[in-house]
Write a protein that binds this ligand. Structure first.
Ligand code: PEP
Ligand code: MG
Length: 833
C-alpha cells in the first residue's frame, strides 16, 4: 500500500521554514509570523493543502513521523488552516492522544477533576466530529457515560492509540472540507472551486497546573465599535465554586481579574498584542493559556467586527501608519457601508420572522402596522413610528411613505415604486413578500405560518435582510461619523468616476450634500407634485379644457417650481443639478378610488361623471409604454415650457445671490432625434424669452435620458442635440427584457432560484444585454460628439459591479439614491486600487 503523506509533506513551523498561505493556509502563515515575533507558540506542524486533499481522496496517512515531532506524552490539537480565514473550515479538535493511560497519569499530576474534564472533552469531540455520532447523546454526560455511549454506538471501545486518533481526526477534517454543505457555504463567501485547506497539528498547552492556570482570549479593540480597549476573558482552571469560571482581564473594583492575579501575564499579552498589530497589520484576537504561571499563545485570528468597527479599525491603523490609506480603503467592502448608514437590527437579537420578501432599501425600523397611507399619517401625527404595509404602493401613497418608519409590500421588485421611493427617502423597505396574505379591508395581515397581525400590532422591517419580524427589535444606530468621512475622503482622492445623487426634494438634496455627492444626477420633478396642495393644482391642469386654461393653471405652478429649483440650487451651492422634465403618465396624478374621484369633483367643482369619464380616458393599457416622458412634452408642450422657465428664473435668482448655476435639463424616454429637436427648440425659445425679460445671462445644458433600446442604438443622432446622455437603466432594463419593473417581483424569486438570471437585472446591471446597449450608446454618442458627457442614473448607479461596468465604458459619472452615495464613492475608489 502506498503510504502518503510522506514525512516530507509536513513541516514544523519555525521562523525560517518556507510557509505560505497558498500552500499551508492562512493560519499556518499567521502562526509563523507570531513565532517570528517571539510570541510563545507551542510546537506546531503544518500539513500542506495538497496533502490534506490527498487524505480527503482516501490516501492512507502515516502519522508516526508527525507524532515524532512532539514529546512522547504530548496531547495534540488539530486546527483548520484554510487559504482565507473567511472560508470557514471544520472545528478544531483538542486533546488528541488522550487515553486510559494518559488519563491515569493526569489524575496523579493534575487531579481527577481536570483529568476527567480533558478526556471527556476529547471523547465528545471525537464522537461528534470523527465518528459522526449524535451530539445529543454526549450532552451533559460524565466521562464514564460518554465512553459507554461511544462503545454502544460503534461496537468498539474508544480508540487508545494516539496515531490512530490523529489519523482519524485528520481524515475526518479533510473530508468535511470537501463535503457539499461546506463547499456551498464557502462559495457563498466568494471561495473559488478549488479552495484549499491545510491542517495544523499543535502541542496542547493545557492551561492546567498547580499555580495560576487557565485559558482565555484577549483583543485590544471593541468588536462592536472598533474603539480601543481590552476585551476578553480568562477562565481560571479549578477556581471554586465553578471550575473554568471566566474572570475579567483588567482590574475591576467588584470582581477578581487576571491583572490582579498575574499582572505580568497581562503585560506580556499587551506586548504581544501590540507587536501583532504592528507586524500583522491587523487587530487580532489572541487565544492563550496559562499553565502554572507560564503563558502560551495558541492562535491569533482577526477580531470579529461589525461594519462600523471595521471602518474605525481601518482608519485608525492608517492614521497610526500601520497600513497605507489605499489598504484601509480596500479593507472595507462598499456594501458594508450601507450597514453603517442605517439603523440595523442588533445582530445578536433573536429573530421571529413573519415573512421573507426582497430586500429593497437597507436598514431596519420598528413600528405599528398601518394598512393605509392615512393610517400611517395618523400614527405619525401621534408621534408613533409605523410600518406602512401595502399590496404595492402608488404615487398616492407618497405621504404615507413619508410618514412611515419602514415599508412592506406584498408585490413588486427592487425597482417597483415602493422600492425606488423608499431608497430615495432612506426608509427601510421590503417588497415582494408574496407569502403573506393581506386583507386591507379587514386590516389584517396573515403570515405564512398562520399568525394574524392587525393594524397597530408591532413589526420590524429589516430592509437589509428582506425580512419582516414580529415585535420591536433591538437596533444598532447609524451615523456618518468622522471615520467614515475620512475614509470616503481618501476614496474621493483615489477614484476617477464621478458620483452624484438622485435627489428630488430639498431634504434629498441636504442628504446628497451630507454624503458629499458631486451634484444631483437626477431630479425626478414629478415628485415635486405629490404634496397635497400641488397635487390639486396638477389635477386642475390635467382637467383644463383648453390650452389657454391649461396655461393659466401652469402659471400657478410656475412659482412653486421656481421655488423648488431655487432651493435645490442653493443647497447644492453651485454643484451640478440635473433636472428631469416631467416623466410619468398623467393618470398617475389622479385618484384611483371612487372616493378620491368624488372629492376631486368637489375640489374642481365639476360633475363626478365628467371627472370619472376623463380619468378613464387617460387610462392606458400599458402606461409604461404610453404617453409619458418626452411624448407628454410634445403632446402638451406647455408643461415642459413652464418647467424650463422655472429652472431659468431660479438660475437668475441664484446668480443674484452670488451662486452661479449651469442647470442641466434632461428629457426622459427619448427614442428619436426629432423628439429632442422639438423639445430643444422650445426650451431654447424659453431661455431666450427669460433672458430678454429679465435681462440676465445664463448657460444651460440640455441632455437626454437613454431609456429605450432605440435611444441607445441611435445615440449618435441624439448626441447632435444633447450635451449629455444619461442612461436610465431602470426603464432600459425593463424595455430590453420586455419585463415590467413593477410586476417582475412576482416571479423574480423563481427566476433567480432556477438561475434563469444570475442576479435580479433591476439590481445588478445585465452586462451582457443591457450592458451591450450601454456600450453601443456610449460609442455611437461619443463618435458623434467627442465631448459628450455620459452618465448612468438608474438604480444600478449604487451597485459596485455596475459602477465598474460604467467606469470601464468611459462614463463620467453615476448617480444613485443619496443613501448609496457613500457606497458608490468607495466602490469607485476600489476600482483604481
Ligand atoms: C430609469 O428609468 O432608469 C430612471 C432613472 O428613471 P425612472 O426610474 O424615474 O423611470
Ligand atoms: Mg425612467
Amino acid at each position: 500500500m502506498q503510504m502518503t503523506p510522506s514525512p516530507q509533506d509536513h513541516v514544523r513551523i519555525t521562523p525560517t521554514q518556507s510557509i505560505s498561505a497558498l500552500a499551508h493556509g492562512w493560519r499556518a502563515k499567521c502562526l509563523q509570523r507570531l513565532i517570528r515575533l517571539d510570541v510563545p507558540v507551542p510546537p506546531t506542524v503544518a500539513l500542506p493543502i495538497t496533502t490534506v486533499r490527498a487524505i480527503a481522496q482516501g490516501q492512507a496517512v502515516d502519522c508516526a513521523p508527525i507524532l515524532a515531532q512532539f514529546g512522547a506524552s504530548a496531547l495534540l490539537s488539530v486546527r483548520p488552516s484554510p487559504q482565507n480565514p473567511d472560508w470557514g473550515g471544520p472545528s478544531t479538535v483538542l486533546n488528541i492522544g488522550m487515553n486510559a493511560a494518559r488519563h491515569a497519569e493526569l489524575i496523579v499530576t493534575h487531579g481527577a477533576e481536570t483529568a476527567d474534564r480533558l478526556y471527556l472533552r476529547f471523547v465528545r469531540a471525537y464522537a461528534i466530529h470523527v465518528a459522526r455520532l449524535d451530539p445529543d447523546m454526549f450532552d451533559g454526560s460524565s466521562l464514564e457515560d460518554a465512553l459507554r455511549a461511544y462503545r454502544d454506538q460503534t461496537d468498539e471501545g474508544f480508540p487508545d492509540d494516539p496515531a490512530r486518533q490523529l489519523t482519524e481526526v485528520m481524515r475526518s477534517m479533510a473530508r468535511a472540507w470537501e463535503g457539499t454543505s461546506a463547499r456551498l457555504l464557502r462559495q457563498a463567501k466568494g471561495a473559488p472551486e478549488g479552495a484549499g485547506l491545510g491542517l495544523l497539528v499543535q502541542e496542547m498547552a493545557q492551561g492546567t497546573g498547580p499555580g495560576l492556570s487557565g485559558s482565555g482570549t484577549i483583543q485590544f479593540v471593541d468588536g462592536q465599535t472598533g474603539q480601543p480597549g481590552i476585551r476578553g476573558a480568562f477562565r481560571v482552571q479549578g477556581a471554586a465554586p465553578q471550575p473554568e469560571a471566566p474572570i475579567a482581564l483588567t482590574r475591576r473594583s467588584d470582581a477578581p481579574s487576571l491583572q490582579d492575579s498575574a499582572p505580568e501575564i497581562l503585560e506580556a499579552l499587551v506586548r504581544h498584542g501590540a507587536r501583532c498589530r504592528e507586524r500583522l497589520r491587523e487587530e487580532m484576537q489572541i487565544e492563550f493559556t496559562v499553565a502554572d504561571g507560564h503563558l502560551s499563545v495558541l492562535d491569533a485570528v482577526r477580531v470579529v467586527r461589525t461594519s462600523r468597527a471595521a471602518v474605525q479599525i481601518a482608519v485608525t491603523l492608517a492614521d497610526d501608519g500601520v497600513i497605507p490609506h489605499e489598504e484601509a480603503l480596500l479593507r472595507i467592502q462598499p456594501r458594508s457601508l450601507s450597514e453603517v448608514l442605517h439603523p440595523q437590527v442588533d445582530p445578536g437579537a433573536p429573530r421571529d420572522r413573519v415573512v421573507q420578501g426582497i430586500a429593497a432599501s437597507p436598514g431596519a425600523a420598528s413600528g405599528r402596522i398601518a394598512f393605509t397611507s392615512l393610517a400611517a399619517q395618523t400614527f405619525a401625527a401621534r408621534g408613533e413610528p409605523c410600518i406602512l404595509v401595502r399590496r404595492e404602493t402608488t404615487p398616492e401613497d407618497i405621504r404615507g411613505m413619508h410618514s412611515a418608519a419602514a415599508v412592506l409590500t406584498e408585490r413588486g421588485g427592487v425597482t417597483s415604486h415602493a422600492a425606488v421611493i423608499a431608497r430615495g427617502l432612506g426608509v427601510p423597505c421590503v417588497v415582494g413578500a408574496g407569502d403573506m396574505r393581506l386583507d386591507v379591508r379587514e386590516r389584517q395581515l396573515t403570515a405564512p405560518d398562520g399568525r394574524v397581525f392587525v393594524e397597530g400590532d408591532i413589526l420590524t422591517v429589516d430592509g437589509s435582510s428582506g425580512e419582516a419580524l414580529a415585535g420591536a427589535m433591538a437596533m444598532v444606530a447609524p451615523s456618518l461619523d468622522g471615520n467614515v468621512r475620512r475614509l470616503l475622503g481618501w476614496a474621493d482622492a483615489a477614484r476617477d468616476i464621478g458620483v452624484r445623487a438622485n435627489a428630488d426634494t430639498p431634504a434629498d438634496a441636504e442628504l446628497a450634500r451630507e454624503f458629499d455627492a458631486e451634484g444631483i444626477g437626477l431630479c425626478r420633478t414629478e415628485h415635486m407634485f405629490f404634496e397635497e396642495d400641488r397635487l390639486t393644482v396638477m389635477r386642475e391642469m390635467i382637467f383644463a379644457d383648453s390650452p389657454t386654461d391649461r396655461a393659466a393653471v401652469l402659471a400657478r405652478l410656475l412659482p412653486m417650481q421656481r421655488e423648488d429649483f431655487l432651493r435645490l440650487f442653493e443647497i447644492m451651492e453651485g454643484r451640478h443639478v440635473c433636472i428631469r422634465l416631467l416623466d410619468p403618465p398623467l393618470h398617475e396624478f389622479l385618484p384611483h378610488t371612487r372616493e378620491g374621484l368624488r372629492s376631486l369633483a368637489e375640489a374642481l367643482d365639476r360633475p363626478l361623471s365628467e371627472i370619472t369619464r376623463r380619468a378613464e380616458a387617460l387610462a392606458e393599457f400599458n402606461p409604461m409604454l404610453g404617453m409619458r416622458g418626452v411624448r407628454l412634452g410634445i403632446a402638451w408642450p406647455e408643461i415642459y415650457e413652464m418647467q424650463a422657465r422655472a429652472i431659468f428664473e431660479a438660475t437668475l435668482d441664484c446668480a443674484a445671490r452670488g451662486i452661479t448655476v449651469v442647470p442641466e435639463i434632461m428629457v426622459p424616454l427619448v427614442s428619436a432625434r426629432r423628439e429632442l429637436e422639438l423639445v430643444r427648440a422650445r426650451i431654447d425659445a424659453v431661455a431666450a424669452a427669460v433672458r430678454a425679460r429679465h435681462g440676465g445671462s445664463f448657460d444651460y445644458r440640455l441632455g437626454a435620458m437613454v431609456e429605450t433600446p432605440r435611444a441607445a442604438l441611435r445615440a449618435g443622432d441624439l448626441a447632435g442635440n444633447a450635451a449629455f446622455l444619461s442612461f436610465g437603466t431602470n426603464d432600459l432594463t425593463q424595455m430590453t427584457y420586455g419585463l415590467s419593473r413593477d410586476d417582475a417581483g412576482r416571479f423574480m424569486g423563481a427566476y433567480l432560484q432556477s438561475r434563469v438570471f444570475p442576479e435580479d437585472p433591476f439590481h445588478v446591471l445585465d452586462a451582457d444585454g443591457v450592458g451591450e446597449l450601454l456600450l453601443i450608446g456610449a460609442g455611437r454618442g461619443r463618435a458623434a460628439r467627442p465631448d459628450l458627457t455620459l452618465a448612468l442614473c438608474g438604480e444600478h448607479g449604487g451597485d459596485p459591479d455596475s459602477i465598474a461596468f460604467c467606469r470601464k465604458a468611459g462614463f463620467d459619472y453615476v448617480s444613485c439614491s443619496p443613501y448609496r452615495v457613500p457606497l458608490a464613492r468607495l466602490a469607485a475608489a476600489h476600482l483604481r486600487l
